[in-house]
Ligand binder design. Structure first.
Ligand code: GDP
Length: 156
């Protein structure tokens, strides 16, 4: 009887501790151009991430420079800004249990040659710059990046 009570309490506490988070995903210009939007959205939904906001837009180099400001001194920054402003992107807010880590896991490594089989970058990326998707890497980034694209009223 005590054993079953322990199992029950463990289940209840893990349910209560599992955190529902929001994270920002971007389908980058290469994946939009290659008509992979639908396949990528399906992966999110199949893996328990709910789409609660979404918009297609094309960013100016100035705007994308602000988004990636933390990388401004890196050698790849000019190519990144040029690529990210080269065509439309899809900005998405995903919601779910441990959404930030779950999305990062689904994305795979930055360099697609190092990405685990079955991840979005292994499936859809062309190179380290043209790597199909972006995902917030911490709760602080998620908050900043979500508010970069969406007002609270646009998130459902
Ligand atoms: P992410 O979180 O996996 O997207 O990686 P980072 O935040 O470190 O970098 C942002 C983006 O810059 C990446 O998704 C790539 O598009 C690009 N990038 C990062 N590192 C490199 C690099 O070493 N070479 C090139 N060409 N691009 C890079």
């Amino acid at each position: 009887m005590t054993k079953y009570l322990c199992i029950f309490l463990t289940l209840i506490s893990s349910l209560l501790l599992a955190e529902t988070e929001k994270t920002l995903s971007i389908i980058k210009p290469d994946a939009v151009q290659a008509q992979n939007i639908g396949k990528i959205l399906s992966k999110f939904e199949e893996n328990g991430l709910k789409i609660v906001a979404m918009r297609m837009l094309k960013l100016t180099p100035e705007r994308i420079s602000q988004f990636y400001a933390e990388h401004k001194d890196r050698p790849f920054y000019p190519a990144l800004v040029e690529f990210m402003s080269s065509g439309p992107i899809v900005a998405i807010v995903l919601k779910g249990e441990d959404a930030i880590a779950k999305n990062r896991q689904l994305m795979g490594a930055t360099d697609p040659t190092k990405a685990t089989q079955g991840t979005l970058r292994a499936l859809f990326a062309q190179s380290t710059t043209k790597n199909a998707v972006h995902g917030s890497d911490s709760p602080q980034s998620a908050e900043r990046e979500i508010s970069f694209f969406f007002t609270p009223a646009e998130i459902y």
